[in-house]
Design a binder for this molecule. Structure first.
Ligand code: ADP
Length: 609
């Protein structure tokens, strides 16, 4: 099986590079990117327009209370007009309550829009990842796919609230307030606005620092997840324990953990200092207004209510300025989030339907390899000009030392990988001309380490044929010589397998997997025979099950057992990615070549590895 399902190797196929290179330290905030993000909002444009309208309304409503205060101070109080006072107070209360109610509606719409965008994106991502080749999953760091599917995409929901809504609402408040301020008293308005540039200068710098820290934190977190997944999963745990790497793993976890903690503290502190500066600057404005406003009052140019109302409005002016400067940081973070997600979307599935709709001719499904060359990584060919024909209805056995390319041959037939040159034909047609679905539905694959998902035995079997009847399931299991074992389990076919249920032996798993392929009833069978680790009884039953499975089918079997090899119609001997001998068992023994050598070495164990 070589490294097919192995741990994450980063190099090689380009996917690794695209995922983990840091690239430019600044997020790409180009027009194209923003349009791409905008497209996700398009289906919800009605709700978005409604949100905008509510924001405009609340920004206007927000102007009223300070103006009411001005009238309370200037008219109701000096004239001891109780009725006016009550009216103004009630009006003030009324606008506040209305704004609050509108806020609730707006909140509902916000979450409706953002949750639906997350929903759409998750579906799109799942569909996209399903199309990615096997190579992608063997190269990607463990946990990386989960992080992107869950926390990254879920992070998007905050984008609408923190960015779009904030931006628009602040913009409305800013425009309506500044116009009102100028109308009220243009001299004071200019004075109040003079301090604004003080906010802007440190903003860019802080924005960059915070963004950089956030990105570093995210990377450390994903490194941390990676360690957790690699060492605290069943096989990772075993590896760690058996090689007594506990202390070493703990210390690397601790290091990454410490770094991410330090980064997170720094990130939140960077934000605090920033806020403190903003608060200081925002308090300078009102002081200036009291000073200059007081002077204008003495000159008889403005009333006391005018000054109080003005200062109240001025705060309404500063708060959006403060938030807009923060917004810049948030937008950068959100764009970075989108970037991470788009990075995945931009990875093209390399194995695609050629647009043809051909289906496999099931009457004569012979498999022909013509000068097939393939490499997982540039410059290290795994197969070199491999040519052979597996005649329809016969069994072809692949033998050869480990790493010779046997698994690679079996991976190329269902197009888990695409070859570099040459061609593979089934019934005379290039496999790239079939639809992927037709190709794969006619191929049954039994791997050495058969994967059963965490569910009942029956559910695992139904994966091959969802509408199979109970009788069909039983027939398949009887043919695979596993029925008698299954009925002995306490829950029979409803026994849960995997890490939440019963632990099956390798032999049992492989026989269930054979039953699964029997149910699928494909035209072509590809099988990686279980190795010598099976006990004799298991081995015996697997042989019998295999016999049933391969009967009258075109099959390619990676053979480890003498009995399989003897039963094969043709044996291909592989070494270093090339077929060096080909023929029947007797013919090959006569040749006195590698096959004879392997046979002599391993005959005693009656096993080829
Ligand atoms: P066999 O099944 O005969 O043991 P394989 O077909 O698994 O051999 O491997 C052939 C060669 O390809 C080996 O050199 C192996 O290291 C390499 N190889 C196998 N799988 C991968 C992979 N996913 N990425 C990179 N190299 C691989």
């Amino acid at each position: 099986m070589a490294r097919m399902m192995g741990p994450s190797g980063m190099s090689g196929n380009g996917y690794g590079r695209m995922l983990f290179d840091d690239g430019s330290p600044k997020p790409n905030m180009s027009k194209k990117m923003l349009i791409r993000i905008g497209k996700y909002f398009l289906p919800y444009w009605k709700q978005t327009v409604l949100v905008m309208f509510i924001l405009l309304l609340t920004s206007v409503l927000g102007l009223l209370p300070p103006l009411f205060i001005q009238h309370i101070v200037d008219r109701a109080l000096p004239n001891k007009d109780m009725q006016l006072l009550v009216i103004l107070v009630l009006a003030s209360l009324g606008t506040t309550v209305t704004s609050g109610l509108l806020g609730v509606l707006q909140n509902y719409l916000n979450s409706f829009i953002s949750q639906n965008i997350v929903y759409d994106m998750k579906n799109q991502m799942y569909l996209h990842l399903q199309k990615m080749p096997l190579q992608f999953f063997s190269n990607v760091k463990q946990g990386e796919v989960i992080t992107r599917m869950t926390s990254d995409i879920s992070g998007i929901q905050g984008v609408f609230n923190t960015n779009v809504v904030n931006f628009v609402s602040n913009l409305f408040v800013l425009v309506t307030t500044s116009v009102t301020l100028i109308i009220l008293n243009w001299k004071l308005a200019i004075l109040g606005m003079v301090v604004v540039p003080l906010f802007i200068v440190p903003t860019r710098k802080m924005g960059n620092i915070r963004w950089k820290l956030a990105k570093q934190t995210q990377e450390k977190m994903s490194e941390q997840n990676h360690i957790i997944q690699e060492t605290l999963s069943v096989s990772g745990y075993l590896l760690m324990k058996l090689f007594t790497r506990d202390t070493k793993e703990y210390s690397s976890f601790q290091t990454v953990n410490a770094e991410s903690t330090r980064l997170q503290i720094r990130e939140s502190m960077a934000g605090r200092w920033f806020m403190m500066l903003l608060t200081t600057f925002t308090s300078i404005g009102p002081m200036l207004i009291y000073l200059f406003g007081g002077y204008l009052f003495i000159q008889g140019e403005i009333t006391v209510g005018g000054i109080i109302g003005f200062v109240a409005l001025l705060n309404r002016f500063y708060s959006p300025v403060g938030q807009m400067t923060n917004l810049y940081v948030n937008i950068k973070r959100s764009v970075a989030l989108f970037e991470r997600i788009f990075e995945y979307f931009d990875m093209k599935p390399r194995i695609t339907d050629a647009g043809s709709t051909l289906s496999i001719d099931t009457t004569k499904p012979d498999i022909e390899f013509r000068d097939v060359c393939f490499s997982y990584q540039e410059d290290t060919p795994a197969l070199r000009e491999v040519s052979f024909t597996a005649a329809s209805g016969t069994m072809t056995a692949l033998v050869g030392p480990s790493g010779a390319g046997k698994t690679t041959i079996t991976n190329l037939i269902p197009r888990l990988y695409d070859l570099n040159s040459g061609s593979i034909r089934i019934g005379g047609t290039d496999i790239r001309d079939f639809t992927l679905e037709s190709l794969r539905s006619h191929i049954g694959l039994v791997t050495q380490d058969s994967y059963l998902f965490n569910g009942t035995i029956k559910e695992n079997l139904l994966y091959a044929k969802s509408d199979a009847s109970d009788q069909e399931i039983i027939d398949a299991c009887q043919a695979a010589y596993i029925h008698d074992d299954i009925v002995k389990f306490p829950d029979g076919y409803d026994t849960v397998v995997g890490n939440r249920g019963i632990k099956l032996s390798g032999g049992e798993k492989q026989r269930i997997s054979i039953a699964r392929v029997l149910l699928k009833n494909p035209t072509i069978i590809i099988m990686d025979e279980a190795t010598s680790s099976l006990d004799t009884v298991s081995e015996y039953y697997i042989q019998k099950a295999m016999h049933q499975l391969l009967h009258n089918k075109t099959s390619i079997v990676i053979a480890h057992r003498l009995s399989t090899i003897m039963a094969a119609d043709k044996i291909l001997v592989l070494q270093d990615g090339a077929i060096i001998e080909e023929g029947t068992h007797e013919h090959l023994l006569d040749q006195q070549g590698l096959y004879k050598e392997l046979y002599d070495k391993q005959f005693e164990r009656k096993v080829f590895t």
